[in-house]
Design a protein around this ligand. Structure first.
Ligand code: SF4
Ligand code: SF4
Ligand code: SF4
Length: 246
């Protein structure tokens, strides 16, 4: 199997494991826990996502996220690029008020005094009753209702409350210019064929980024689809500091 087939198999397998893991992705549980001074499993996962962003960019989003699994599966039905990147800021309208509510709740509870990774889980499982399944299928519905009409990974672009943690990690990494996983581009090898644009699940203008010699983008999830699509090997994975702008 190719690298991309393995990646999609990993994502889809993690998606199938989503019901038991569901509370680990839950914005609601982070808030409920914060009100009681408890840092629950989703808070721990979001902290790990931020830390991974410091060293691995958004590779979590490319390789290890459950909702990414169903989004890439929907591409087998509706594989169109996102029409516009203009409104991808909408996810911050979800993230910012939610994080503000969590911060207020934690302050009122005088901080997180207890860590409880399995909070509200029944023997370590998240979705075990009709209420849990209603929440789970509601999230699947939101993901599907965005991806089918709007295109690839529309939930990531417009709604996801989790991706911003990885993004913040990459911003801190970029500000500190510390080494991390990244893409490297050689624009002299690029013939402008556009295969990387066609392959990118995040609908990025990859060829233009290659030509700019600055193959770095907030929405790049380091999936490697462009690396594998480029027959001229103009794009490669690397680990190190950002290239100087040239
Ligand atoms: S943006 Fe959200 S849904 Fe998309 S891959 Fe990242 S964490 Fe998963
Ligand atoms: S696939 Fe490679 S050669 Fe084609 S546009 Fe992209 S970087 Fe350039
Ligand atoms: S630019 Fe390349 S590595 Fe980044 S999301 Fe697009 S295809 Fe994946």
């Amino acid at each position: 199997m190719s690298r991309q087939q393995w990646r999609k198999l990993i994502l889809f397998s993690i998606f199938l494991a989503m019901p038991p893991l569901f509370f680990w992705y839950s914005p609601w549980h982070l808030w409920i826990g914060a009100r009681q001074g408890i840092l629950c499993g989703s808070g721990l996962l979001f902290a790990v996502m931020f830390l991974s962003g410091l060293f691995l960019g958004r590779a979590y989003c490319g390789w290890a996220c459950s909702p990414a699994g169903i989004q890439e599966a929907w591409c087998m039905v509706q594989d169109k690029r996102l029409a516009s990147q203009r409104f991808t800021w909408t996810k911050w309208l979800v993230w910012l008020p939610w994080m503000a509510a969590v911060a207020v709740a934690a302050l009122q509870a005088r901080g997180f005094q207890e860590v409880m990774p399995l909070m509200d889980m029944d023997e370590g499982l998240s979705v075990t009753d009709s209420h849990g399944y209603t929440c789970y299928y509601s999230v699947l519905f939101i993901i599907s209702a965005l991806c089918l009409p709007l295109g690839r990974r529309a939930f990531c672009h417009h709604f996801c409350w989790m991706g911003p943690f990885c993004t913040l990690g990459t911003w801190v990494q970029g500000a500190l210019r510390t080494p991390s996983l990244r893409l490297r581009a050689d624009r002299d090898l690029c013939d402008g064929c556009g295969e990387c644009d066609a392959a990118c699940p995040m609908s990025l203008e990859v060829a233009a980024l290659v030509k700019s010699r600055r193959l770095r983008h907030t929405d790049c999830v380091l999936c490697g689809s462009c690396v594998d699509a480029c027959s001229r090997r103009a794009i490669a994975f690397g680990f190190g500091r950002p290239d100087p702008v040239g």
